[in-house]
Design a protein around this ligand. Structure first.
Ligand code: ATP
Length: 233
């Protein structure tokens, strides 16, 4: 079976700053991968590079066998819509939600591809099955929601397409521990089938036993790898 993601020799950064250094990574169908590392070591930048959102990048990135990692210096985001159409879903750090729009409008906005838009009712049901508290809030502007509910909206929006690869950036960040845990549980309940999930997370305890592999990230490089039991090599 084709790898969901195969990265070879990726470097990426912003202007003169090189954040990702010659990085290789393979993610298999059905796999949940955790990336852990301290602030500023490049987790978000790696996610952005996969999504074509860094200032510049070079190296090969195959998403489900298709090259999405062309040399990019024309500015961030120029090819991101094409990458999304090829099967990428991004759940960004900090939610990136719009306080005036309702929960339902956010979920609809995640149905970006033609197929997702056509099937949006079914897909919204699938999201609501995972994030039950949103069910009674569909017509509520997101500005009135709690932090945990907003996170569910942000993650739910990312689940509206049938992506090959879900990139999730610090899903528990800024939430009370119990809320963070329940949001993560909902995310882990998603049946990936032959898709894969990449989760950047500082709170390694939240990944324990819930992902197939955890890789440490330090100074723009991947360091050490642990299976679900979390003893690092
Ligand atoms: N848009 C940007 N322009 C310039 N430098 C940036 C930009 N975004 C991130 N950086 C720099 O890139 C480096 C890596 O940051 P990045 O956000 O990828 O790390 P991280 O591991 O995801 O940390 P965090 O948990 O804070 O998101 C840092 O030195 C940061 O200052």
């Amino acid at each position: 079976m084709t790898d969901v993601l195969r990265i070879d020799g990726l470097s990426a950064g912003y202007g003169p700053l090189r954040v990702i250094h010659d990085l290789d990574l393979v993610i298999k169908p059905g796999e949940r991968l955790g990336i852990v590392g301290l602030n500023g070591h490049g987790k978000t930048t790696l996610i952005y590079a996969i999504a074509g959102l860094t200032g510049w990048q070079r190296g090969s990135i195959l998403l489900n066998g298709t090259q999405i990692g062309r040399i990019r210096s024309q500015g961030p985001g120029r090819y991101t819509h094409q990458i999304v159409r090829r099967g990428l879903a991004l759940m960004p750090q900090g939610d990136e939600i719009f306080t005036g729009l309702t929960v339902e409008e956010h979920l609809d906005s995640g149905a970006f591809t033609h197929d997702a838009w056509r099937d949006r009712r079914v897909r919204k049901e699938r999201v609501l099955d995972l994030f039950e508290p949103l069910r009674k809030l569909m017509k509520t502007p997101v500005g009135r929601l709690s932090g945990g509910e907003r996170r569910m909206v942000s993650l739910g929006r990312g689940l509206m397409t049938d992506a090959k690869l879900y990139l999730v950036d610090e899903p528990s960040l800024g939430l009370a521990p119990k809320i963070g845990q329940s949001v993560m549980e909902a995310l882990f309940a998603l049946d990936l089938k032959d898709s894969a999930m990449f989760i950047a997370e500082q709170n390694v305890a939240l990944l324990e036993g819930r992902v197939d592999r955890v890789i440490g990230m330090h100074a723009g490089k991947l360091k050490g790898e642990a299976s679900a039991g979390l003893s690092f090599n």
